[in-house]
Design a protein. Structure first.
Length: 222
């Protein structure tokens, strides 16, 4: 099954003293690279975040398939929140690169995976989501897992691309903006399946304590 991926890699990292969370290293690679590797089979990948992430994306692209489309974009305005980031990522995948000479196949993939860039183990999440999407029940448009505490992980979900585009358009009304909108607002009209994935670890890095527990060093803004 063909899918696209949107990696949400913005945010201020306020609880980490302004550190760029996607560039923290875990097991020899940045968290962003872990996210990119988790969606390595995607038709197209949009990384939504600061252009400081470009080096990590370039390292990934050195081994990526030639046919894979990878683009870095940014939500508008900057730090406008996760829903705005997802909308920007989907738009970038649909519009293609600024370089008009670059090849950019037309048509979106059937499924879009949305993934936060600060998950420590994103690959099992993506694998589980795609498996469920392949054998989806009639009427279901999105698959959103719950963590052990029952909290919906909306930045680790899969959604039909058609439903995502419709949700973006509807959630932006009446002012045409998703600034400061939550993912729950974006998904409010989507028919979702809430998933219990007890075997999946949704650990992420929000605070110095989170980083320390997983052996991640946070110092001097890196």
């Amino acid at each position: 099954m063909k899918f696209d991926a949107i990696i949400v890699a913005g945010g201020r990292g306020s609880r980490l003293g302004g550190v760029s969370k996607p560039l923290l290293e875990h097991h020899g690679e940045t968290l962003l690279e872990h996210a990119l590797n988790a969606v390595k089979d995607a038709e197209g990948i949009a990384v939504v975040g600061a252009h400081a992430l470009a080096d990590a994306v370039t390292r990934y692209m050195e081994n990526a398939p030639d046919s894979q489309r990878v683009v870095i974009t940014r939500e508008y305005p900057n730090y406008a929140g996760p829903a705005a980031a997802v909308a920007a990522g989907r738009a970038a995948l649909d519009d293609g690169p600024d370089d008009e000479s670059a090849e950019w196949p037309s048509g979106a993939a059937e499924i879009t995976v949305v993934l936060a860039a600060d998950l420590l183990e994103p690959a099992p999440v993506v694998k589980a989501l795609l498996e469920l999407a392949r054998r989806r029940a009639p009427g279901i448009e999105a698959w959103v897992p719950q963590d052990a505490g029952g909290v919906l992980q909306t930045l680790a979900c899969a959604i039909t691309t058609e439903a995502l585009k419709a949700a973006i358009q509807q959630a932006a009304e009446p002012h045409g903006s998703l600034e400061n909108a939550s993912m729950m607002r974006l998904l409010a009209t989507v028919q979702m399946e809430r998933l219990k994935l007890p075997e999946v670890d949704f650990s992420d890095v929000d605070t110095p304590g989170d980083a320390g527990r997983h052996g991640i060093t946070v110092a001097n803004g890196h």
